[in-house]
Design a protein around this ligand. Structure first.
Ligand code: COA
Ligand code: ZN
Length: 341
């Protein structure tokens, strides 16, 4: 061993460094928004409402119910007002909605959102592609949105798309993320929380640790959410890296549905039931009823008309046991007969 490198501590090499030990992790469901926004088939309003209610009942801490965006831009969520007005409010659950501009804020506040999730991108190219505005134009609109929310007593979170990389511009400097998140937390917006979004699955665990620690150090009093897509198979690894860096809020979508319509190659969010399953085994407290979540996930193909990426919906939980294969008694009898011979 290199004598200059520090000796590993006992904890770093033991299960303790990985153990949740009952630590609370807040699971924030984005399936009804991020999941459904790219679906080709229009999911009927009543089915969307039933989906949100099932996610509430399963114990998700926050549910992103819909997006108040232009119905031309995202026809799948054109019924946002009716969905938000139609859901059952479970005490303790936060119902949030994505909002890109003042028109969206007006609608979301009127329909009763607990929180507005303001959105813009870390890069100019993605912001122009997704929101048809420069970043400064977006920010100016979001400052108005925040003023409307504060006046109505509605909480404000800001999601920064492409925080971990942009599919068109490439790597995003950490200083760019600092500059925007400083402005979100500052007086112009006064956000309670910030979400660092890996919109197209470019984040990797060591980058997640670095960026999450950096945010935590700059803004110790601000809620931090991490939002990962599983585009390159690093979703769960990134969640665990985020936890190691002190994050305790994660966006995820039921069945692993999702994707941004303006990000080439985008695929689903990290899958809610996969994250809840893994974190539960590791001793974290997500407050989620996994069986209820899996049951809801297994109803999704009926809603969206295709299979979902969920591994848990397919394979079941780790201790969902199966009977031995056909002819097992004969196999055993034959094996035991060898000992008798
Ligand atoms: N809700 C409903 N309608 C809206 C709206 C909102 N939040 N914002 C704009 N509109 C309507 C306008 O009233 C206008 O309608 P009209 O043509 O009947 O007059 C039309 O949409 C165009 O408005 P404009 O302000 O010119 O918007 P735009 O065409 O420049 O698009 C956005 C800007 C932000 C509204 C649009 O790009 C958008 O909604 N993007 C969201 C994309 C998204 O959700 N991506 C995935 C999540 S990150
Ligand atoms: Zn997303």
């Amino acid at each position: 061993m290199n004598p200059s490198s520090p000796a590993p501590t006992a904890a770093a090499g033991s299960a303790d460094a990985w153990s949740g030990a009952g630590r609370r992790i807040f699971m924030q469901e984005v399936g009804p928004r991020d999941g459904l926004q790219v679906e080709k088939a229009f999911v009927p309003t009543a089915d969307k409402i039933a989906l949100v209610d099932a996610l509430s009942d399963a114990g998700m801490a926050k549910v992103e119910v819909t997006a108040f965006v232009s119905p031309q831009a995202v026809p799948a969520l054109a019924d946002a007002d009716d969905v938000l007005r139609g859901i059952r409010r479970r005490p303790g659950t936060v119902y949030t909605a994505l909002v890109p501009n003042p028109r969206g804020a007006e609608r979301a506040i009127a329909a009763g959102a607990d929180e507005l999730n303001l959105v813009m991108s870390a890069t100019e190219t993605h912001n122009l592609s997704n929101l048809r505005m420069t970043r400064e134009q977006s920010f100016a609109g979001l400052a108005q949105v925040a003023a409307m929310a504060h006046a109505a007593g509605v909480a404000v979170n800001v999601s920064l798309s492409c925080s971990f990389g942009c599919p068109m511009e490439g790597d995003v400097p950490a200083e760019t993320v600092d500059a925007w998140t400083d402005r979100f937390v500052g007086p112009e917006i006064g956000a309670r929380g910030v979400t660092l979004c890996d919109t197209t699955g470019m984040a990797y665990p060591t980058q997640v640790v670095a960026l999450a620690r950096r945010f935590r150090a700059r803004h110790p009093g601000t809620e931090l959410t991490l939002h990962f897509h599983n585009t390159r198979g690093m979703g769960l690894a990134n969640v665990l890296a985020g936890i190691a860096a002190g994050a305790d809020r994660f966006d995820a979508s039921l069945g692993g549905l999702g994707g941004c319509p303006y990000a080439p190659g985008a695929t689903g969010n990290v899958c809610s039931e996969e994250i809840v399953h893994a974190l539960g085994l590791m001793g974290y407290d997500t407050g989620v009823d996994l069986a209820a979540l899996v049951a809801a996930s297994r109803r999704l193909p009926g809603l969206v008309g295709h299979d979902t990426p969920s591994q848990i919906a397919k394979a079941g939980q780790r201790l969902d046991l199966h009977p031995p294969p056909a002819g097992f008694d004969a196999i055993r009898a034959r094996a035991l007969a060898r000992d008798a011979a």
